[in-house]
Write a protein that binds this ligand. Structure first.
Ligand code: SF4
Ligand code: SF4
Length: 325
């Protein structure tokens, strides 16, 4: 398949959708809204920010309450394309689909969104970017949620895959007939939960008394940058905003590092020290999420380490914890 076919697909999508894609700015790759296909960066480099705001906006209005009537607020987001999602971001997206499977607001937005993955050779990207967790598996696409996936081969040829009916229809409509359909086989492979998830789970669960948490608490600023940039962090807060028109229920991102995160009535906080916050963050990713969803709570994209102002590196932390066993 030739590049002009991809450009034609994207040009057509740009006329009907808001398109978010990897773009290069001041030497760094970011996810941003584009208005021309020329802006897209195809290096395959992991963008510093994530696609999660497409599916879970930092702030969104959920409901309005007027005259004792509760109504679901309109989604202010238009039809959107998330273009260029790499394998790791698709894994994070698959986790979101598990976590928000019964969330009407997320599901409504999902219906209006087209997810298009891109890789410069899946196996190579896997080797290059996956810092820990698991090795490359042939059937990786079968366990990911996407509409279209495009793989660029070494000779620059493009291979198209569809992962949903929506993806198939878009490819057909854009005269791309030579594609392979991948039937979603569930987020978890038949052979069961990935052994690396189990290893990391045990290492983190047994580590509560490990000195590393004291060492990290000494330097961590509890700034929450790692949670904002993490594609699998999904914690949110809800609040009511009251004005003369009525009440609005608002949902917004939060972080387990923020002071108010674990505060309950009476002022008690479970996470009242930096040490507890750090341990909680690892425990949520490596123990609670695998227990609840049998899935990765961390896709090993390395963004948290890239943005941490005191250079806390998740890969090294896991290495230390795994050595304790
Ligand atoms: S490596 Fe860090 S940023 Fe990436 S998924 Fe894991 S915890 Fe989140
Ligand atoms: S980015 Fe670094 S310093 Fe900030 S909360 Fe995360 S681990 Fe702590």
């Amino acid at each position: 398949m030739e590049k002009y076919q991809l450009d034609r697909l994207l040009k057509n999508l740009l006329s009907d959708y808001l398109v978010f894609a990897p773009i290069k700015h001041k030497g760094m790759v970011f996810v941003g809204e584009i208005d021309s296909v020329k802006q897209i960066n195809y290096s395959g480099e992991i963008p510093l920010n994530t696609y999660k705001k497409v599916f879970l906006p930092p702030t969104e209005e959920l409901q309005q309450i007027n005259d004792e009537k509760v109504s679901i607020s309109k989604d202010r987001q238009d039809k959107v394309v998330a273009f260029g999602m790499n394998i790791l971001d698709l894994q994070a997206h698959t986790l979101f689909d598990l976590v928000f499977s019964k969330d009407v607001y997320y599901q409504r937005r999902k219906r209006n969104t087209v997810v298009i993955g891109f890789s410069n050779g899946i196996e190579n990207d896997f080797r290059k970017y996956k810092a820990f967790h698991s090795k490359y598996e042939e059937d990786v696409l079968e366990h990911l949620i996407f509409d279209i996936f495009i793989e660029k081969q070494k000779n620059a040829n493009l291979i198209f895959f569809s992962g949903s009916q929506k993806g198939q229809q878009l490819l057909e409509k854009n005269k791309i007939k030579d594609y392979q359909h991948i039937e979603f086989a569930g987020a978890i492979p038949e052979e069961g939960i990935n052994p690396r998830i189990i290893e990391n789970r045990e290492a983190v669960e047994l580590s509560e008394k490990h000195p590393i948490w004291d060492e990290l608490a000494e330097i961590c600023l509890a700034c929450g940058k790692c949670t904002v940039h993490c594609p699998t962090c999904f914690c949110f807060d809800q609040k009511d905003e009251v004005d003369s028109q009525g009440t609005k229920k608002i949902r917004q991102w939060t972080s387990c590092y923020y002071p108010e995160f674990s505060k309950v009535a009476g002022g008690h906080k479970d996470l009242d020290t930096v040490k507890k916050k750090i341990y909680y963050w690892y425990y949520h990713k490596f123990v609670r999420i695998p227990d609840e969803f049998s899935y990765y709570g961390c896709v090993s994209c390395g963004r948290c380490s890239r943005v941490c102002p005191v250079e806390i590196n998740i890969s090294k932390v896991l290495q230390s914890l795994n050595k304790q066993q």
